[in-house]
Write a protein that binds this ligand. Structure first.
Ligand SMILES: Nc1ncnc2c1ncn2[C@@H]1O[C@H](COP(=O)(O)OP(=O)(O)OP(=O)(O)O)[C@@H](O)[C@H]1O
Ligand SMILES: [Mg+2]
Length: 295
C-alpha cells in the first residue's frame, strides 16, 4: 500500500490517510456454495470478520459449471484438476459463475448485511489475462491444450481500492478477458493467487469441501495440519493429492513463496472456519507456510 487514495488523487496535508488496513482474501470453492444453508453459514462467517479489514472474496463454481453443462449435453473434461474449456464450455462457465454462483453468493452476503459487489475478476482490468499456451502438467505425458483458458497476468488494484474505500466487499468470479477482448476461463485458485500477490494481501484462506489436505483422501488420520511449499509440491508430485487439490496446492505454494506469510485450507463444514483461522483459534485445517506453526 502506497498511501495513495483510490483514483490517484493526492492526500491533502490536513487529512492524512489512515495506516494500511489488514487485507484478507477468501477463496471459496464452488462445492461449498451449492446449497442455500451452506451459503448462509459462509456468509455469516464472512460477516463476522467485521469492517476492520479490507476483504476480497474470489469464488469458484466447478460443480455448478459441470452440472449446467451436463443439463445442456456438454460433458466436463479435466486434466490435472483443471477444466478443459472449448467455446461451448466457456459459455457454460460464464453462465454458471457470473449468473449462477456469483449472484447466489451476492444474495447470501447481502442478507447478512455485507456490502458485497459481485463481478468478474476482469472488471476494471483488475486482473489481466492471456490465453494459456499448451503446457506440460502434472500426470500428463504430453503438453495439454486447455482451450479457452487463461493464465493470469498483471493486477491493477484500483477497482478493489475504490470498493474498499467506499466500504464495499468485492466478490469476484474468475472469468477473465484478454487484451483482445476474448473471454477466458481461469481456475479460481489461480485467480486468487494472482490477486493476492498483486494486491499485497496479508492472509489467504481457501474454503473447500475438505478441511485441508490429506495424505490419503478418506483417511482422517492422514490429515496434514501444516505443509511447507516444498512439502505441498511433493504431495502433488507423488500423486497423493488429486483433482482440484493439485491446482490449489500449486497456487498456495506459489503464494507462500511469493511472500504471503501463511495460507490456510479450511473446510466449509467446520464451525466458523474463516474467523477461527484468522483469529488463530484451534480447528481442523491445513496451514501452508514457510515454518511449521500452529494451524
Ligand atoms: N489428498 C487430498 N486431500 C484433500 N483433498 C483432495 C485430495 N486429493 C483430492 N482432493 C480433492 O480436492 C477437492 C478440492 O478441489 P476442487 O477444485 O474440487 O474444489 P475447490 O477448488 O475448492 O472449488 P472450485 O474448483 O469450484 O474453486 C476436494 O473436494 C477433494 O476431493
Ligand atoms: Mg478448484
Amino acid at each position: 500500500m502506497t498511501g495513495q487514495p483510490p483514483g490517484g488523487v493526492a492526500d491533502s496535508a490536513e487529512e492524512p490517510r489512515p495506516p494500511r488496513r489488514r487485507r484478507v482474501l477468501i477463496k471459496v470453492g464452488g462445492a461449498t456454495l451449492v446449497d442455500g444453508a451452506a451459503r448462509r453459514a459462509l456468509a455469516q462467517d464472512l460477516a463476522a470478520i467485521g469492517g476492520g479489514v479490507d476483504l476480497v472474496v474470489v469464488h469458484g463454481g466447478g460443480p455448478q459449471a459441470s452440472a449446467l453443462g451436463q443439463r445442456l449435453g456438454i460433458e466436463p473434461v479435466f486434466r490435472a484438476g483443471r477444466r478443459v474449456t472449448d467455446p461451448a464450455t466457456l459459455d457454460v462457465v460464464a453462465l454458471a459463475l457470473v449468473g449462477g454462483v456469483g449472484s447466489e453468493l451476492l444474495a447470501a452476503l447481502l442478507a447478512e448485511n455485507v456490502r458485497a459487489v459481485s463481478t468478474p475478476v476482469a472488471s476494471g482490468r483488475l486482473l489481466r489475462a492471456k490465453r494459456r499456451p499448451k503446457r506440460l502438467v502434472a500426470g500428463e505425458p504430453e503438453p495439454v491444450d486447455f482451450g479457452e483458458v487463461a493464465d493470469p497476468g498483471a493486477v491493477d488494484g484500483s477497482l478493489c481500492e475504490a470498493l474498499w474505500h467506499g466500504g464495499f466487499v468485492p466478490v469476484l468470479s474468475s472469468l477473465c478477458v484478454d487484451d483482445g477482448g476474448a473471454r477466458l476461463n481461469l481456475n479460481a485458485d489461480s485467480a486468487a493467487r494472482a490477486l493476492a500477490l498483486g494486491l499485497g494481501v496479508d492472509d489467504v484462506i481457501a474454503v473447500a469441501d475438505v478441511p485441508g489436505v490429506f495424505g490419503e483422501l478418506g483417511r482422517p488420520e492422514t490429515h496434514r495440519a501444516t505443509l511447507t511449499p516444498a512439502e505441498a509440491r511433493a504431495m502433488v508430485a507423488s500423486g497423493a493429492v488429486k483433482g482440484g487439490m493439485i491446482a490449489k496446492l500449486e497456487e498456495l505454494a506459489a503464494l507462500v513463496e511469493g511472500g504471503v506469510a501463511a495460507c490456510w485450507i479450511v473446510g466449509a463444514a467446520e464451525s466458523r472456519p474463516i474467523t477461527r483461522a484468522l483469529r488463530g483459534e484451534p480447528g481442523l485445517r491445513t496451514r501452508i507456510g514457510l515454518t511449521a506453526e500452529a494451524p
